[in-house]
Design a protein around this ligand. Structure first.
Ligand code: HEM
Length: 352
């Protein structure tokens, strides 16, 4: 399998999330940067080798066609807004995502400075969020976040594209949403009420028994299964953030990597549109998303040697060379596959 970007790297003490749009005519600068990203990250991380610096870049659906000729990743599409009876998950602009992680914010800041410095006026920053670790990996609402993330081979299976889309194997998909918390409303609840909303105990972080866990709890609605009853996972690397200007705002930056974006989208449908007896995820009564964007995360090998730019002689030559009839790319929607999500059941090369 091609070398992935470091999507499987661990949760760190600090992160910078940058969502950028590419200006008209800025495509060249972005394409020129992509093969250099690994070297830029190494130039900073080698100076602090034990602090877990990593960079993942994601590319949005519209930007893909402006940057690359040739086939698209099968599951790449714009984030779809979800309008439930009470709560809205908006879709907001974003051509590039930079997910910079390290134990130390100075390393994140240094690498983000170098990357944005290279891009200059080719991009605009539409959202910038600086995340931090809060005590023992808790959200600002006080609950430990990330407990049920898959690990090891399960994480690779949940996150990395395999044989189902061979041209993009080793890649992934990522959804980001910036949630703002109503801390006064949340803090007015008893701990017992908060635990019923999340579906876990607050202090010692134990999942509530099915007999008491409400159907509209966050954990219940984010338990998604495939056609054979197998659990479908994503890998979340959420971080708290906050500021004090203009009354202050704080929240959770949700970031979920998945091999198939359908899994994350199904979780979001459950949260915002409800499932069975649950009208919506009760956590949404206290936390509101203000952004929502989906990106493809190409493999590191793809970034090192991307396909030609659209409209170029190289792109035409590539199109001629591949004009022999090809089998259709598999759909990201499991309903139009063979009835199986195939998560975890594909023949895969050993993970790196
Ligand atoms: C305000 C935003 C959010 C907060 C504060 C939050 C917080 C939490 C917490 C505290 C847990 C329990 C511990 C754990 O297993 O991590 C959890 C579980 C989970 N969350 Fe979230 N979350 C948020 C948004 C989301 C979104 C948008 C999704 C999916 C699109 C999601 C998917 C999940 C999943 C899959 C689990 C694990 C469920 C299981 O136990 O199997 N979360 N979240």
């Amino acid at each position: 399998m091609p070398q992935p970007q470091p999507v499987l790297a661990d949760l760190t003490g600090a992160a910078v999330f940058l969502v950028l749009t590419v200006e008209e005519g800025g495509e060249r600068a972005v394409r020129d940067l992509l093969p250099d990203l690994g070297g830029l990250a190494r130039s900073v991380s080698t100076r602090a080798p034990h602090d877990g610096l990593s960079l993942v870049v994601g590319i949005g659906s519209d930007a893909w066609d402006r940057l690359f000729a040739g086939p698209r990743p099968a599951g790449l599409h714009p984030f779809e807004e979800l309008a439930g009876p009470r709560h809205l998950a908006p879709a907001t602009p974003g051509d590039l995502l930079l997910h910079v992680r390290a134990e130390r914010m100075d390393l994140c800041f240094e690498l983000a400075t170098r990357v944005t410095g290279r891009l200059g006026a080719a991009v605009s920053v539409v959202d910038e969020t600086h995340g931090f670790r809060y005590f023992d990996c808790r959200d600002l609402i006080g609950f430990v976040d990330g407990t049920e993330n898959p690990v090891g081979r399960d994480a690779a299976d949940a996150v990395l594209i395999g044989d189902e889309d061979p041209a993009f194997a080793g890649g992934s998909y990522v959804v980001v949403q910036k949630y703002l918390h109503d801390m006064d409303g949340w803090n007015a609840l008893s701990t017992e009420r908060q635990e019923l909303i999340i579906g876990r105990t607050k202090l010692d972080n134990v999942e509530l028994d099915d007999a008491v866990k409400p159907a509209d709890s966050h954990v219940a609605l984010n338990t998604v299964t495939g056609p054979d009853g197998e659990g479908l996972d994503i890998r979340r690397l959420n971080m708290p953030f906050g500021s004090f200007t203009e009354g202050g705002e704080c929240g959770t930056y949700f970031i979920g990597y998945a091999r198939d974006p359908w899994v994350t989208e199904e979780m979001l449908r459950n949260m915002f549109l409800g499932r069975g007896p649950a009208a919506h995820d009760r956590l949404l009564d206290f936390s509101t998303p203000v952004t929502g964007t989906l990106f493809h995360v190409p493999s590191a090998d793809f970034l090192s040697g991307p396909p030609p730019a659209p409209g170029t002689a190289a792109a035409r030559a590539q199109a001629d060379a591949t004009s022999a009839p090809q089998p259709p790319a598999p759909s990201a929607n499991p309903a139009v596959r063979d009835g199986s999500l195939r998560i975890g059941s594909l023949k895969r090369s050993p993970s790196p």
